[in-house]
Design a protein around this ligand. Structure first.
Ligand SMILES: NC(=O)c1ccc[n+]([C@@H]2O[C@H](COP(=O)([O-])OP(=O)(O)OC[C@H]3O[C@@H](n4cnc5c(N)ncnc54)[C@H](OP(=O)(O)O)[C@@H]3O)[C@@H](O)[C@H]2O)c1
Length: 250
């Protein structure tokens, strides 16, 4: 079954982790389109996995001129866009006592401002009736040590799904947000030394009510649902895809 047959999608951060998991599930359901990131090596390896119906675009989502080119180039190649996934983001580690203004701006530029402008710059190239999928985090719901600003940015992203849906009612464009729990992606490499990786992932898995951490495909399959007409009655919604870690105790 190809639930996204001929749909054109743009996935920011589609060259790694959750974004690549989403792109692969989209590809499996018949979609085509573009993945966006900055790392030339992972862009090349990811687009090779995705096959001929996808292109890789090297762009920085915190730069508005880059975003304009992303959507223009995708529309020129594939026609108007049906699905936007604003997934690019990264944890920002620090507390209110340590984060200075530059660190604040950097964290917010990537995790909040880029989401807003990804959607704004996509709109002229989107089909009416399209779907916007944002990626939140369970850190928006629980205060984890050192994740104050990241959690605040993601809480705002969860709000944006409602606001965008309201703003775009006349175009029947729906925006929804997926909130992942701990998911097995290369993001771990930035925080955990290689020799401790296995132990750290096991520790996370042991804390999860469901007994394992998430895989990018778990998020990808949910994104397929939100991109497809199966979710046509959903707008402004948040789907927790978190193995129960946000609201269940273990
Ligand atoms: N993994 C988790 O446990 C988890 C849990 C909750 C939420 N999330 C969220 O899920 C999303 C994906 O995270 P992940 O775990 O899959 O991380 P990841 O494997 O590190 O992937 C992050 C992606 O974002 C892209 N990116 C970062 N900054 C960018 C920029 N300025 N311009 C363009 N692309 C940029 C990266 O590409 P380049 O490096 O090539 O630029 C990469 O493709 C993020 O929004 C994250 O906050 C993750």
């Amino acid at each position: 079954m190809e639930r996204l047959k001929n749909k054109v999608a743009v996935i920011t951060g589609g060259n790694s982790g959750i974004g690549l998991g989403i792109a692969l599930e989209f590809r499996n359901e018949g979609a085509k389109g573009a993945i966006v990131g900055r790392n030339a090596e992972t862009l090349a390896s990811s687009v090779a996995q995705l096959g001929d119906n996808f292109i890789a675009i090297n762009a920085d989502v915190t730069k508005l001129t880059d975003l304009e080119s992303v959507f223009k180039d995708t529309a020129e190649k594939f026609g108007k866009i049906d699905v936007i996934v604003a997934n690019a983001g990264a944890g920002a580690v620090g507390t209110v006592a340590t984060f200075d203004e530059a660190a604040f701006d950097q964290a917010m530029d990537l995790n909040l401002k880029s989401v807003y402008f990804t959607v704004q710059k996509a709109l002229p190239y989107m089909n009416d009736g399209g779907s916007i999928i944002l990626i939140g985090s369970n850190a928006a719901h629980r205060a984890y040590a050192n994740f104050t600003l990241y959690g605040a940015a993601k809480a705002a992203v969860i709000y944006l799904a409602k606001g965008f849906s309201s703003d775009l009612l006349d175009r029947k464009i729906r925006a929804n947000v997926i909130t992942p729990g701990t998911t097995d992606t290369p993001a771990f490499d930035k925080f955990v030394p290689a020799e401790q990786m296995e132990a750290v992932k096991k520790q996370f898995a042991d804390q999860m009510p469901i007994g394992r951490i998430g895989q990018p495909a778990d998020i990808g399959k949910t994104a397929v649902f939100l991109a497809s007409d199966d979710s046509s009655f959903m707008l402004g919604a948040e789907l927790l895809v978190d193995g129960g870690m946000t609201y269940l105790s273990k």
